[in-house]
Design a binder for this molecule. Sequence first.
Ligand code: NAD
Length: 245
Amino acid sequence: MTDKTLKNIVILTGAGISAESGIPVFRSESGLWENERIEDVCVPEALKRDPQKVHNFYNKLRRSLLDKKPNGAHLAVSKLQREWPSFSGGSVTLVTQNIDDLHEKAGSSDVIHMHGALLCARCECCGASWRQERDTFPKMPCPKCGKIGGVRPDIVFFEEMPHDMELIEKALAKCDLFLAVGTSGVVYPAAGFCRFAKSVGATCLEFNLKKSAVASDFDAGFYGKASETLPKFVDGLLSGKGLEI
Ligand code: NAD
């Protein structure tokens, strides 16, 4: 790989980065997520049809985060965020499709949760969002506007607009290096970020167990467990070795 001046980095993470921490990925052979069909818990219709089921599902997932710990890949991301700006004068923007809190537990700040976060809730009546550590329920009054019936987990369902797209596009537009870690590359719009980054001249690398469906969009890939490949890569970058492992 040719080395060019690298300043601004965008990292996109997906369910695969948290798999080694014991949080199952999305696309299992069964097509189920945590034993539920996607259309029963992950689309706006499901919330209208059976709100209790949807709240129960995310309550259970939220509780399951309590004993989950970040792995070497999350720690490598936070190390890069901490050390890269003074090393290079550039920036690191972290965008995650994950709804877990493992990047935060690893010490990352300014995490863009484009698909929402289990530890947040929002109100469909007034648009407020807030940190939510306890269970939510359909008849819960909104702590901001007091209305009942609008509170839901702050999770972006299929067919809904991801959060912070403007912020993400701004970061992609000025990025020199785009890293996709543990993502299958089939959920849009995140699946299009690599092509966007390429269009502005960025080098694009994927970290996955195996080549993803969009591997050919990338300049290169590092295959194996992200907890092993990413720390080596980050250490190389921070020691001035460039883009090799
Ligand atoms: P995905 O489940 O579609 O794909 C996961 C990818 O990670 C796969 O390509 C797999 O090969 C790879 N992978 C698995 N283990 C890995 C490892 N140890 N190291 C490197 N790569 C590994 O995930 P996605 O692309 O993020 O899309 C799924 C959607 O589901 C996301 O939008 C997300 O919101 C949601 N989701 C989130 C979580 C979470 O918060 N941890 C978990 C499951 C699903």
